[in-house]
Design a protein around this ligand. Structure first.
Ligand code: SAH
Length: 364
């Protein structure tokens, strides 16, 4: 069977250049050859590692944050706990273990997982086989019953396909994936000759010739859903991901395979493709009222280190060390990876979006 690259080349020959969104969507989610549906990319043996895979303390802090958030909503007798892109299910498993200090919370929780990859869904099923509350998998947010809601996503937003635009003398021109004119087996970046006129790019600061701006169409769908959902019942969503606190120009599309950076166009389907999250844009879109609903209130961004410190991760590390002194060095190494400025502590940010009626969330 043709590889994904061969299929993309055939499509570029017949249809012409595709935008980065189309390229990312196919490379990441194509059912037969896409990166996520065909493997477990997480962990030391895989392609990349994430905070919950580094340390159980990460999920535990988020579990406590959820219990506090549920109480902030008035401890509703039934609520949704939704996770977007749960990876191997490790974070949810750690969250529920930490949250089991409140039996009522577990009784009230309806856990829904949204996962694009069947391979990862199967692993989540194993990890959560003994979960202390009901867990279901759904395809989209629309499949989840309206109820008070807590939503959480770690390294989910960075997988959402982006579009890229470059400022030229003509205006903003979209960056596309095309075939190299001299070698039709090679993928290259090329500009759409026509400038892009739509209103979505109006939020980019003016920009100098040569500046590259990124836009994530998925934010619209996500924030529209949250506004609708949180207008009917109280809700709070928490996103943890890498990106700057405010908008910056620059090409941040990156490809990682086996823990190494590789060229994004070289081997589609075999490398993870991500882009920095534009938290400023996401918070602004969430705050704008839509036709019928009020905008959401946002908190943050806080850096991952600030957020976890406020939730008490250092106390948790001490407790773990006391109960298992032999693991002290390991626990401290894990803490440093999550918290230090040279590692994930400040590159990763936390943003909370919620119904305006709720009090301030913990951690900000
Ligand atoms: N949250 C996990 C995994 C992060 S990797 C952790 O921190 O370890 C990104 C995850 O999001 C994977 O599980 C991937 O399959 C999933 N994913 C990416 N885009 C998605 C989408 N549009 N819908 C559902 N799941 C998605």
């Amino acid at each position: 069977m043709d590889t994904l690259k061969q299929r993309l080349i055939a499509s570029l020959k017949s249809e012409g250049p595709m935008n980065i969104t189309a390229f990312m969507t196919t490379s990441l989610f194509d059912l037969t050859h896409g990166f996520y549906p065909t493997r477990d990319p997480l962990g030391a043996q895989g392609d990349f590692i994430t905070s919950p895979e580094i340390s159980q303390m990460f999920g535990e802090m988020l579990g406590l944050w959820c219990v506090q958030s549920w109480r902030d909503m008035g401890s509703p007798a039934a609520f949704n706990l939704i996770e977007l892109g749960p990876g191997r299910g490790v974070m949810m498993s750690d969250m529920l273990r930490a949250a089991s200090l409140d039996e009522e919370f577990l009784k009230a929780a309806h856990v829904s997982l949204i996962e694009a990859s069947a391979a990862l869904q199967a692993i989540q099923g194993q990890t959560l086989a003994k979960a202390p509350c009901r867990v279901t998998w759904v395809d989209t947010l629309a499949d989840i019953e309206p109820r008070p809601t807590l939503m959480i996503g770690n390294e989910f937003l960075d997988c959402l396909p982006i579009r890229q635009f470059i400022r030229t003398t003509l205006g903003w021109q979209e960056r596309m994936v095309a075939l190299a004119p001299e070698d039709k087996s090679k993928l290259i970046f090329a500009l759409n000759p026509l400038p892009h006129e739509h209103e979505e790019i109006a939020h980019f600061p003016n920009g100098q010739i040569g500046d590259l701006a990124e836009l994530c169409p998925g934010y619209t769908q996500l924030t529209d859903d949250l506004k609708r959902r949180f207008a009917v019942y109280p809700g709070r969503a928490l996103f943890i991901d890498y990106g700057p606190a405010s908008f910056e120009f620059g090409d941040t599309l990156q490809a990682i395979a086996k823990h190494q950076k590789v060229e994004p166009l070289d081997d589609p389907g075999n490398a993870d493709l991500t882009a920095r999250v534009d938290f400023e844009h996401l918070a602004r879109m969430a705050s704008v009222p839509s036709k019928d609903e009020r905008g959401l209130t946002s908190y943050g961004t806080a850096t991952q280190a600030e957020f976890l410190t406020r939730l008490g991760i250092k106390h948790r590390a001490l407790t773990l060390t006391k109960s298992s002194p032999a693991n002290e060095a390991k626990i401290n190494r894990q803490l440093t990876r999550l918290m230090s400025d040279d590692d994930m502590g400040s590159l990763f940010k936390v943003l909370c979006l919620q119904s305006s009626s709720l009090p301030s969330p913990a951690g900000f």
